[in-house]
Design a protein around this ligand. Sequence first.
Ligand SMILES: Cc1ncc(COP(=O)(O)O)c(C=O)c1O
Length: 401
Amino acid sequence: MALPLRSLTPAPPDPILGLTEAFKADSRPNKVNLAVGVYVGDNGVTPVLSCVLEAERRLLEGAGPKGYLPIDGRPAYRNAVRHLIFGPDHEIVTSGRASTAQTPGGTGALRVAADFLVQAGASKNVWMSEPTWPNHPQLFTLAGFQTRVYPYLDESGRSVDVGKMLGALRSAARGDAVILHGSCHNPSGVDPDADTWAAIAEVAVENELIPVIDFAYQGFGFGLREDADWLTGLARPGLEFLVCSSYSKNFSLYNERVGALTIVAADAERAASALSHVKIAIRSNYSNPPAHGADVVATILADPDLRARWEVELAEMRNRILGNRNRLVRALEEAGVPGNWEPIGQQRGMFALLGLSAEQVARLRDEFAVYVVSKGRINVAGITPTNLETVVAAVKAVIEG
Ligand SMILES: Cc1ncc(COP(=O)(O)O)c(C=O)c1O
């Protein structure tokens, strides 16, 4: 019997990871990859943080048997995750009304969150920003959700269209899930300001929505606490929400698959009950999480010296990205590239949207060997003193036609 494939044609490559494969196969010497979603330094290489190497050295010294982890992961790690999101003294933490499961990366957290919501009998509608990370619609659809979009950017593509966003969220039905990018919106780099976050929280409370916060870039925006401030502001009686953390970027631990799902419930009893269902979602999927990445993170967060080192290394990545943003804006303006580039200097996180058409994106790749994602999403970290001029000249050429 043949496999019941709906079509025998191959599926298209992943819109982001597929570009990396094409980039690798490109033999042109001056090629530039701004498509990848991984931090790279000026040498084009993803750093291994020194705090990570030290934690790994200590883990190796104390290495023990490699038995299974609990379904929901290591307790010390799970506590550390909550402290990192909310701060150790926040009422959400001290009351015990948040429960956390260790997951393989932020993607694992999102998928467990989606499966848990389905199991719990939640609404099958999930709202996501337009644009958003392309894995959001794919992941939630495959988990059984209908996806709905809320407009996010204004005409310029450089700021949040607050009215339209809130208007769409007000039209969501009671119990619908809504994905919010916790900081450093991917792909736009455009985040709501404090007042807008407060208004979003109001709508979530009034319409009884379930926020699912995708928190993949804590510390890449303004700082570890600053990026989480708005999120602690969601702590309203009765508002239950989920936080999907990823430590791929802020610990530069991409291939270790380390993340967590945190459920904030009305009280400790409901949080414990929710976790028992999350454990079923995990057990039936990958059984239990991998240990190493979470052990590295927990070791760093538990040791004041390593933690301080981590915060310095994280700030170096954040500040280099900010420097790159400003260098890019200056270079585009000095080269007279048509467009309003200045807001890119104020945006946060690894990504910026140049706002290019599909044709312009294709020309960047085919004529100039500059790889960017659709609409001209670029990884700002990928800009280096060596490639800046090439990138700006190529963008100028495709915009001027
Ligand atoms: C918005 C967003 N969410 C989630 C993830 C997934 O992170 P992880 O690699 O930890 O699965 C990414 C990674 O690119 C992301 O950009």
